[in-house]
Design a protein. Sequence first.
Length: 351
Amino acid sequence: MIRYVPFLKAKRGERNAIGDLSPEVKEAICPFFDFPRKIPDHTAASYATICREIAKSLKKHWGTDAEFYFDDYDVAPQTLEVDGEHQYAYVLKALNELKVIPVVGLDRIPHNAAVSSLKRNGEIDSTIVVFRAEQSDFEDFDADQIDYEMVNVFKQFEAIDLVLDCRVCVGLDISMAAQQIAVFSQKFCSVYPVRRIIVSGSSIPPTIRDILGTDDHVILPRREFEIIAKARGLVNRDLVVGDYAIVSPFFSEKNIDPMLFQKITAPRLIYSFDHSHYIARGISLALGGHEQYAGLTSELCEKEFFRTGYSTGEEYFYEKSQRIGKNANNGSVVRPSVVAHITYMALESKF
C-alpha cells in the first residue's frame, strides 16, 4: 500500500538514492520526479541529453515494474521543442519502457495536449493520469475551467490521482489551506474517478540563508504536516502524504563560476525527525572546505533523534563522522540524505 509520495528533483543524487532504498520502503512509496529546473533555461540539446540520462538512471535504480510520476512543471518556458516534439512528449517517450504516470494541470495547454495526443496514439501505457493542482488552483474549485481544459485528457484514462501541491508552506494559513484542500478534493472526487489523493508541501525555503546563518543549526517545524493533519479531519477519504524531501520545491540548477561557488556556498545537512527538520550549516567552502562535513555529521550523530543504522543514509553519516573514507561534499551528501528521509517517512514517521 502506498503511504508516502516523495517529490524529488530528477537529479543524479535523488535518482541514485531511490536505488538504495530497502524493498520494504520501495513498496510503501510512489516517487514523483520533477525535471530539474536550470538557470539559464534548458536548450533542446540539454533537455534531450538529460532525458536520456534520467531514463537510463531510473531504469537502473527504480526498475521497470513499479509506478512513478514524472512532470516537467519547473522547466520554463513550457513551449520547448525537442527533435520536433513538445518537451513533455519527448521525456515521456524517453521513459516509455518504465511504468511512468503522466501529469497534467491547469493553464498548461500545450503540455496537456501532448499527453492527450500520446495517449490517443497508444504511446502511453498508463491507465492513470495525475491532475496536479497548486495552492492558487485549489483556493477555488472552478468546475468549468477544469472541464474545459482537461476533458480531452481525462476521458482517455480510467482514473485520476489528484495531487494538491502546497509547494512552500511557510506563508500559508494552516486552517485555511486545510479547508481549501478538503473542499477542492471533495468536489473533484464527486465529478471525476479518483484513485488516490496526495497532499504535498515543504517548509524549506528556496534559500537556506533565509532561516539559518553560517556555522549554526536550527530545528525547523514542518508546517506541511499540520496542514495535512487538519485536512484529514475534514475529508472522508484517505490523504496520502507527500513532501519535497530535503530540498525546496523551488530548487534550481545555476551556472556559477567555481571560484564564486566556493565563496557563497557552505556545507549543510538536513535530517528529518518528529515532524521537524534538523538543519546545520558550516562556513563557506572557501574558508572551511568540505572537511567541515566531519564536524557536521559528528554533531548529527550525537543527537538523541539520530536513528543509528536505520538506513544506508545513517550509515553514511556515521562513517563520515568517524572520518572513514573520502571526505563528504555538497554532492555526495544528497544521496544518503534522501535515503534517510524517505526511509523515515515511509516506515517511521507518524502522520
